[in-house]
Design a protein around this ligand. Structure first.
Ligand SMILES: NC(=O)c1ccc[n+]([C@@H]2O[C@H](COP(=O)([O-])OP(=O)(O)OC[C@H]3O[C@@H](n4cnc5c(N)ncnc54)[C@H](OP(=O)(O)O)[C@@H]3O)[C@@H](O)[C@H]2O)c1
Length: 277
């Protein structure tokens, strides 16, 4: 069993803190989400990442309530989808998310994508600022924001995002956006940290895993932690859910980190933020 007490909390720029490792639930059907999240909470996860787009907020919420855990013990993230951009639309979408989740607040509310063709993400963010001021989202942030989106956001709005959730894994290490986030006190959170499973056969990662007596997935998640990233691997498989949390009993050394640094080929598994929505 992992030593759960040592899953680090990463401080956010608004005074809150986020568990560095959480469970992602993209593509988990609503009727499976309750069992998957129950397994994760039982294993010790205290951070869940959903979105209105995933259509499983209700299942996540059912699992949370059924767990009997105090609401404040679990860090809950959801996101506003591209078709709900705009100030009033976002306020309505947020209400719908709270209703589906069955909670009176989320810990983090994110703009899922900048959706640049609509060019409404600045007014969308103003709605997030209002939601945060009302205490209904403890923290607010963005997802899939490139440096140019962040520069405009910082120039035109009043609250620096707490989080920028972007695709990061050894094939897409995102040094430019991570450096910008770091300079501005924005925590970078890694989505598709396992490159949706495609990276698990990589021979370099397999060699590092064998040397430490762990799985390739555990090496990748450990790499994210040692990079200072927040990381949200997804699995519906109980053994994998548990194993993905069990990454504190070994450490990647300088030569492991150098070998993984060399794997950055700029390969996305998802859309490019300039061309989505
Ligand atoms: N903000 C955004 O735009 C955005 C976009 C994409 C994802 N996300 C978030 O990031 C989370 C993670 O990303 P993701 O779901 O795309 O992919 P991921 O976590 O990179 O990979 C998930 C895949 O890896 C498999 N897997 C997980 N652990 C494994 C293990 N220990 N051994 C072998 N295979 C394993 C899973 O299989 P099984 O499930 O079958 O076990 C699944 O096929 C999402 O769930 C979502 O919360 C956000």
């Amino acid at each position: 069993m992992p030593d759960l007490d040592t899953i680090p909390l990463v401080p956010l720029n608004d005074g809150n803190a986020i568990p560095q490792l959480g469970l992602g639930v993209y593509k988990v059907p609503d009727d499976e989400a309750e069992a998957v999240v129950a397994t994760a909470l039982e294993a010790g996860y205290r951070h869940l990442d959903t979105a209105s787009f995933y259509a499983n907020e209700a299942g996540v919420g059912r699992a949370l309530r059924a767990s009997g855990l105090p609401r404040d013990d679990v860090f809950l993230t959801t996101k506003v989808w591209n078709t709900d951009h705009g100030h009033d639309e976002t306020l309505r979408a947020f209400d719908a998310s709270l209703e589906a989740l069955g909670t009176d607040h989320v810990d983090l509310y994110l703009i899922h994508w900048p959706a640049p063709r609509q060019d409404r993400w600045v007014e969308t963010y103003r709605a997030l600022e209002r939601i945060a001021a009302e205490g209904r989202a403890r923290s607010i942030g963005v997802s899939n924001f490139q440096v140019h989106h962040l520069e405009r956001l910082l120039a035109e709005t009043g609250v620096v995002p707490a989080i920028n959730q972007v695709e990061v894994h050894p094939w897409l290490q995102q040094h430019e956006v991570r450096a910008f986030d770091d300079r501005h006190g924005i925590v970078t959170e890694a989505w598709s940290p396992l490159a949706r499973g495609r990276i698990l056969d990589d021979p370099t990662l397999a060699r590092v895993a064998a040397a430490h007596g762990v799985s390739t997935a555990q090496v990748i998640i450990r790499w994210h932690l040692q990079q200072g990233l927040v990381v949200i691997p997804k699995s519906v498989t109980p053994d994998r859910i548990r194993a993905n949390l069990d990454v504190l009993g070994f450490e990647l050394d300088a030569s492991d980190l150098a070998a993984i640094a060399a794997l950055d080929i700029g390969e996305r598994t998802g859309s490019h933020p300039d061309h989505n929505g």
